[in-house]
Write a protein that binds this ligand. Sequence first.
Ligand code: SF4
Length: 201
Amino acid sequence: MKVSWDSLNEAVAQCQRCELCRQIHHKVPGQGNAKARLMLIGEGPGYEEDKSGLAFVGPAGQLLTKMLASIQLTREEVYICNVVKCRPPANRVPTPDEMAACMGYLRMQFALVRPQVILLLGATAGRAVLGESFRVTRDRGRFVIKNGVWMMPTYHPSALLRDETGQKKREAWQDLLAVKAKLAEVPAGESRRVSYGVCDQ
Ligand code: SF4
């Protein structure tokens, strides 16, 4: 199947595949470097994202920008998106049906960006891409390779904002360092075998 950024953006803009589109201000497909080596995937848009149509621009997004800077990456160098492209009411976790309805767009984004490394932010992104049995506290911090793509699950920045002990922040820092090392280890020009199947379970 041939896919383009135009067809993806048009499909998301027109999409009514689930109820999440009923109460939103903007769809939030994602943004960043269309040929990024590193792709980041979160759960879904929040209040600020729904208002602006941009992914990760609220407090969690600002923390994410600092996290990237800590490993010498800018937002312009990576591609950032979410599992669902419409804000769930009151920021609730999207249902399995809502995630399934939206997964086709994430697959299109994988196929277009063809990242070498993916950072999965939080439990919802982990479950959507790695399977229902994923548990962020148990499974974070260990690379999984899938269809030639290295995937690192870690905490969602929102969880880090709520982290009172600092333990999750310390663990997320280790995960980021592992991502930095992996990007240095994988040659930038190495053929990217990403396909639609990268997030099939
Ligand atoms: S969340 Fe995804 S599947 Fe549901 S309406 Fe929005 S774009 Fe479509």
